[in-house]
Design a protein around this ligand. Structure first.
Ligand code: FE2
Ligand code: FE2
Length: 449
């Protein structure tokens, strides 16, 4: 028994694990302590530690009672994590294992191990601290942040996300966007996540609208990035969504203000020249429908319509009796009317627009074969918006009444466009216009009154 005991002790010393045998009852006290336990508890000799009572080594009375309670209940404990007092009265994290047995017929004793787990505890605390700091930073961010696994299931979200969804963490973990958002919206989110998962390419600053738990829509800007494991394999995605609703509303009110200013300008022009005013409004409808067929985004579509609304603004300086003159115009009068393009460029040329408004308007009477005006430029130099404007302009003009002539009609207008198909007018734009008319059973779709 003794040999067996000594051998174990050497092994435990080698491994740095404390080993003890502690007598209970009348002769309470350590019966055996290995050098590793002496070292763990910071004593300089075994004899010093042998004098201590086991229970006095506990830092906390609660912990001591918990340990003794466990021994009393089941005669054994395994890896009981607690702090013991070192010789210098500083605490050390240890894991105690103990087994209560009888020696011979009389003495009961505890036998077991004490392992120094301070390093492990430090690491655990550091990890917990880092985790808390990370979660704290996430929770304090005024953006919705979420982590998803490679099946697009939510792994973790921050407080802002939960508040916006009016949910608790446990309500969202393991769920997907299909559990919270309308199907079409969730499908788009799913496809974006999958794109990031399969390509590893982030989606940065995508502007979209989302439906909130309270039934309101908000406008958000979203960035999604891949999340990698330590081997460099994509294991999920992380997303940050910023609520832009307030900003979007502000932009919308500014935009409305600007559009209202244009409405006032339009009304002023209408008072002077109702025909041109109606013409530009109708041209904007035609050009807008063409742009929609081309699948242009909201901004480009808006630019197209604005250019159409303003394209004949330069006619403001042309005398009405020339603009509305019945019969043939003299060369000089025709030249004067052509000046409306130059006049318009003078009016808007030095105003900064987020798209090339001046260029579009300047080119709206140019023709692909160079037969237009004012610069007689040819197809490659004429921008797409100007090509659309040219076709819309001809179509509207020929189908509208003028003080000096009756409307020439849709068929004549189409005939003119077909005549210039691919040489004067952009063939694909003419095709779109013909397609739009077919869709509307041949009816004119742009005249509001
Ligand atoms: Fe014009
Ligand atoms: Fe026009």
């Amino acid at each position: 028994m003794k040999d067996k005991f000594n051998l174990s002790s050497e092994a435990f010393d080698y491994l740095g694990i404390g080993f003890y045998k502690y007598c209970l009852g009348k002769n309470e006290g350590f019966e055996f302590i290995n050098p590793s336990l002496v070292k763990i508890l910071g004593y300089s000799s075994r004899a010093q530690l042998m004098k201590k009572k086991f229970v006095d080594l506990f830092c906390s009375v609660d912990e001591k009672n918990k340990f003794l309670g466990a021994i009393k209940k089941s005669k054994r404990v395994k890896f009981f994590e607690t702090s013991l007092l070192k010789k210098n009265n500083k605490p050390i994290w240890v894991a105690i294992s103990a087994f209560q047995a009888k020696s011979g017929t009389k003495n009961e004793y505890l036998e077991g191990l004490v392992e120094d787990i301070s390093l492990h505890k430090d690491m655990e605390e550091n990890i917990a601290l880092e985790r808390d700091m990370f979660q704290g930073a996430l929770d304090n961010m005024p953006d919705a942040i979420y982590f998803k696994d490679n099946l697009n299931r939510i792994v973790r979200v921050n407080q802002y996300y939960l508040q916006g969804m009016n949910k608790k963490q446990e309500d969202v973990t393991g769920k997907t966007d299909f559990d919270f958002f309308p199907k079409q919206q969730a499908q788009q989110m799913f496809e974006d996540d999958n794109l990031v998962l399969t390509t590893g390419k982030p989606i940065v600053g995508k502007i979209e609208r989302t439906l909130l738990a309270n039934g309101e829509w908000n406008q958000v800007i979203t960035t999604k990035i891949p999340v990698y494991d330590r081997q460099g394999k994509i294991v999920g995605t992380m997303g940050i969504t910023r609520d832009m609703t307030a900003y979007a509303n502000l932009e919308h009110s500014r935009f409305k203000m600007m559009m209202n200013a244009l409405v006032v300008l339009g009304r002023a022009l209408e008072m002077r020249d109702p025909y041109t005013s109606m013409h530009t409004r109708n041209v904007a409808v035609i050009a807008g429908e063409i742009a929609k067929v081309l699948g242009w985004d909201e901004n480009r579509l808006l630019g197209m319509k604005l250019a159409a609304e303003l394209h004949d603004l330069g006619k403001i300086s042309i005398p009405l009796d020339i603009l509305n003159k019945p019969g043939k115009l003299s060369d000089l009068e025709y030249q004067l009317i052509q000046k409306h393009v130059e006049n318009c460029c003078k009016l808007i040329g030095d105003i900064d627009f987020p798209f090339s408004l001046g260029q579009i308007i300047e080119q709206h009477h140019e023709r692909l074969d160079g037969s237009g005006y004012p610069h007689k430029i040819k197809e490659g130099d004429i921008c797409t918006e100007a090509r659309i404007l040219a076709v819309s302009d001809v179509l509207e003009s020929m189908t509208s009444h003028r003080p000096y002539r009756a409307a020439l009609g849709k068929n004549k207008a189409i005939e003119e466009l077909q005549k210039g198909y691919g040489n004067k007018y952009d063939a694909s734009v003419v095709d779109i216009v013909v397609g739009l008319l077919d869709k509307n059973d041949g009816k004119i779709f742009w005249q509001s009154n």
